[in-house]
Each structure stands twice: as structure tokens, then as C-alpha cells.
Ligand binder design. Structure first.
Ligand code: NAP
Length: 444
């Protein structure tokens, strides 16, 4: 079996495949020379504990029936159809790399950024190191109420001291250390009860060294349906969020210089500026409808905020791989319990897992049952799978060598890993990642 993508959904798929009593060999591909996808490049650097999940993935990788082939881009170095020649089945678990657009004027202005590119940049992703972020302005706006918006806000609001013991990319840390940002304003289009961030993340925003949270008490006033949603036992997490935000009302600056400001019921309609971001314009919304089914409606009233930096953080979307069915609207590969399909047929032997299967939702652990669901489908199909023409990883490696692809193995990764940890130790950090592919390859 082949797995395309070495993030959480890829590794949980490998674990589920290798647990089975039949003799399965798993080859995992990644376009980068290094494994772990979202854990390495998505999880915030100041949330190191979450990254411990890589220990579980390393255990899977130590299985003699598992191989890692990094630095191989499926769809470029090898097509999905060529992969079929070497594998009885392929699980595509390559995540959701792109971001959703707002579709408003001004999104392309200088100073308007996506959370996706900022997160990848501060996490040292090689594809994003030439992006430039200008933090010489005092007011930053973030649109979106998810955990990624919280990650972005926290990284902007923390002091260099709070970040320096993390594995944040050193270049990003140096740039952020010069930041002139004094206020970070986060805008949600719905209310405080509908925000999708989770309690630990919003709570942290009240516990920063040099930043205090601000919220207009009017933004915490709830309509009848939201009050009912709050009391629904199924919404315990949202209630916790609300309690934390109520507590924010009593927090005073206490000498702290930066402000983290929450706004609700505001939809962005335009980013305004001559050449670069100068203001953001929002329509004030009203929520109507029954509990858990409320819709937002614009009121025709607008407000503006002066700002020099604008981030959109409104969700990740997947990208297509040539030859694989894709729904551009949903940003996923259409599937039935992980079986890849299009409007006419199911593609026997092709499966999906993780964000490219269900969209960019859930925490890392959500990918375990999701991958198990896909692997269950695969095992149900086992006797209908077409045996591949060349069931040999050695032949596959020869094929890639002929195409001058320098394949990186898991043992190679361990050398990169050791070198990064050593680089980090010199800086008092858990690791200093190589932020260029050439740097990674130079250690092996
Ligand atoms: P998300 O949780 O889906 O949040 C997206 C936000 O964007 C929502 O608040 C959504 O509002 C808003 N939005 C979408 N379209 C919009 C528009 N046109 N105008 C204004 N707002 C708009 O996505 P995410 O923050 O990118 O996170 C992705 C997944 O990773 C989530 O499951 C998240 O929990 C997870 N994650 C977890 C952690 C952690 O555990 N620490 C950290 C980072 C990410 P509506 O709700 O109104 O649609």
C-alpha cells in the first residue's frame, strides 16, 4: 500500500494498516524531505506538548514493514497512475494546504496576508520563507474565529521572551521581535457562542505577559436562541468559551502594553488602502433563527477600523492532484467512507483520509478514527483490489532514481532531526528547523 502525505492522517492510516493480521507493506510519500506535515508546520511552536504525538508516529515508522520516501511529489515526480503500477492501493492523506478567500475588495493589498502563509512561515516551512510580513504598523486585524485565528493572534501578541524557548523559526522570531503591533483585533461574523475556537486557546489570551484581552460587554449580549444554545449540554465547550470571555471583562491592563480585542457579529466587506492596507470595513450582522440553526444577516450598518495589517483566517482548503477527482467547491476529494469517487464511479484502490477527505476540521486526534474508517473501507474491498503490476519498492526507487529524484528515507530524516535538535540547543530551543530543502539535504 502507498500513503501520500506524512501528517497525522497519513501516520494514523499507516498504523491502522500495519495492525492488520495480513501481511501489508506500507510506503509513505511526502513532497518534503521531512515527515509529520501539520504537526511540524501547522501546530503552533508554543504548543510543544501537542508535537509529542510524533513519538506515536515514530513507533509506526519503526515497523520493518514501513518505509518513508520523502522529497517525492506525487503528481509531479510520479503521477497517481504511475503509483498504481507499484501499489495495490493508495491512500491520499495530503491535507489541505491552501486557504479560503474572503472574496472582498482589497484582499491583494500589501499588508493583507493569509493565516496559512503566516503559520507556515513562522513554522519554517521551506515553501514560505520568501514571504515578507511587515509588522511596522500598530494595529492588526484578524478575520475568523477558529483556533488558527487564535494561534496567529497569540504569536503576534507574545513577547520575544515568551517565544524564544519554542521551535519558532529564528528568522520569524527576529522579525517579530521588531514588531510595532500594539493592538490585535479579531473579528467573528457570528456571536461569542458560535465561535469555533476552543476554551484552552481563548483562555491563553488572558494569560499573556505583555498583552491584555478587551471585549465590549455589548458583544457578549445574547439573543434568545444563543442563550438556549449556551444551555444545551451538547455545547459545553462553547459555554466554557463564553465564561472565559465574560471573565475577560474584569481583566485590567495592569501595565501590559498590547491589546487583544475581540469583536463579534461583524463580516468583512472591504479592505481599504492606497497600495497597502489602511482600513478594514465591516458590516454589522444580526443573528436570527432557531437555536443551532441561526443565520447571520447584514443590517446595512457598517463600521471601519484603521489598521496596517490584515489577516484572513477563515479555514484551510485542499488542492487537487492531477488525475485524482476533486471538488473545487468543497476543497476535498469526493469520497464515500474514504473511497475516492466522482459523480459516476468509485475508483477501486484509491482512498482518502484526513483533511483532504473531510475538510479542515477537528484536532490532530480526530484523524485517528477518520483514518481507521478509511482503512476499514480498504479492508472491506480487499478481494476486489486489482493487484499491481510491479509489487516492489526497489523497482519504485529505481523508477524515481531514473527521474533524478533524491528520495529521503526515515533514517535520513533521523539525521536531519538530530541536526535540527543540535542547532536548537545552541539557541536554547527544542529545535531549529532547516527552513530550506537544501539545508535538510545537506545533512544526509
Ligand atoms: P475553523 O475552525 O473552521 O474556523 C474558521 C473561521 O472562519 C470560523 O470562525 C468561520 O466562521 C470563519 N469564516 C469562514 N468564512 C468566513 C467569512 N467569509 N467571513 C468571516 N468569517 C468566516 O478553521 P481554522 O481556524 O482554520 O482551524 C482549522 C481546524 O484546525 C479546526 O478544526 C481547528 O480547531 C483546528 N486547529 C486546532 C488547534 C488546536 O487544537 N490548538 C490549533 C489550530 C487549528 P463561521 O463559524 O461563521 O463559519
Amino acid at each position: 500500500m502507498a500513503i501520500v502525505g506524512s501528517g497525522p492522517s497519513g501516520f494514523y492510516s499507516a498504523e491502522a494498516l500495519l495492525k492488520h493480521e495480513i501481511n501489508i507493506k506500507v510506503d509513505m510519500f511526502d513532497k518534503l524531505p521531512v515527515p509529520f506535515g501539520l504537526v511540524r508546520y501547522g501546530v503552533a511552536p508554543d504548543h510543544q506538548k501537542i508535537k509529542n504525538v510524533t513519538k506515536v508516529f515514530e513507533k509506526t515508522a519503526s515497523n520493518p514493514k514501513f518505509s518513508f520516501f520523502g522529497n517525492v511529489t506525487v503528481g509531479k515526480n510520479i503521477s497517481v497512475f504511475e503509483l498504481n503500477k507499484f501499489y495495490d492501493a493508495v491512500i491520499f492523506a495530503y491535507g489541505a494546504e491552501s486557504d479560503r478567500q474572503l472574496g472582498i475588495n482589497g484582499e491583494d493589498l500589501v499588508g493583507s496576508y493569509t493565516a496559512t502563509e503566516f503559520v507556515a512561515w513562522y513554522n519554517g516551512h521551506p515553501d514560505f520563507q520568501d514571504h515578507h510580513f511587515d509588522f511596522s504598523h500598530e494595529i492588526a486585524v484578524i478575520v475568523g474565529n477558529g483556533n488558527v485565528a487564535m494561534d496567529v493572534a497569540r504569536i503576534l501578541c507574545k513577547t520575544p521572551e515568551e517565544l524564544k524557548g519554542t521551535d519558532i523559526n529564528q528568522n520569524a522570531l527576529d522579525v517579530l521581535a521588531e514588531s510595532k503591533i500594539k493592538e490585535v483585533h479579531v473579528y467573528g461574523r457570528r456571536g461569542p457562542v458560535q465561535a469555533s475556537f476552543t476554551a484552552p486557546e481563548i483562555k491563553e489570551m488572558g494569560e499573556l505577559t505583555d498583552c491584555y484581552p478587551v471585549i465590549d460587554p455589548k458583544d457578549l449580549e445574547l439573543n434568545e436562541s444563543s442563550l438556549k444554545e449556551l444551555e444545551d449540554p451538547a455545547n459545553a465547550g462553547r459555554k466554557k468559551n463564553y465564561e472565559i470571555m465574560q471573565h475577560f471583562l474584569s481583566i485590567t491592563p495592569n501595565g501590559r502594553k498590547r491589546k487583544f480585542v475581540l469583536h463579534f457579529g461583524r463580516s468583512p466587506v472591504e479592505i481599504i488602502g492606497k497600495g497597502r492596507v489602511q482600513k478594514a470595513r465591516f458590516e454589522i450582522n444580526k443573528m436570527t433563527g432557531d437555536p443551532n440553526k441561526q443565520k447571520v444577516r447584514g443590517t446595512g450598518k457598517f463600521e471601519e477600523i484603521d489598521c496596517g495589517i490584515f489577516f484572513r483566517s477563515v479555514g484551510y482548503v485542499g488542492l487537487p492532484i492531477k488525475g485524482l477527482p476533486f471538488s473545487a467547491q468543497a476543497g476535498v476529494v469526493p469520497n464515500q467512507s474514504g473511497r475516492v469517487m466522482d459523480s459516476e464511479q468509485i475508483f477501486t484502490g484509491w482512498y482518502v483520509a484526513g483533511w483532504i477527505k473531510r475538510g479542515a476540521t477537528g484536532i490532530i486526534g480526530t484523524n485517528k478514527p477518520d483514518a481507521e474508517d478509511t482503512v476499514k473501507s480498504l479492508f472491506e474491498d480487499l478481494e476486489h483490489l486489482n493487484p499491481c503490476e510491479v509489487p516492489s519498492s526497489e523497482e519504485l526507487l529505481k523508477f524515481l532514481k531514473d527521474r533524478e529524484v533524491r528520495v529521503v528515507t526515515f533514517d535520513d530524516w533521523k539525521k536531519i532531526d538530530a541536526a535540527e535538535i543540535e542547532r536548537g540547543a545552541k539557541l536554547g530551543k527544542p529545535r531549529e528547523k532547516f527552513s530550506r530543502v537544501t539545508g535538510m539535504l545537506s545533512t544526509i
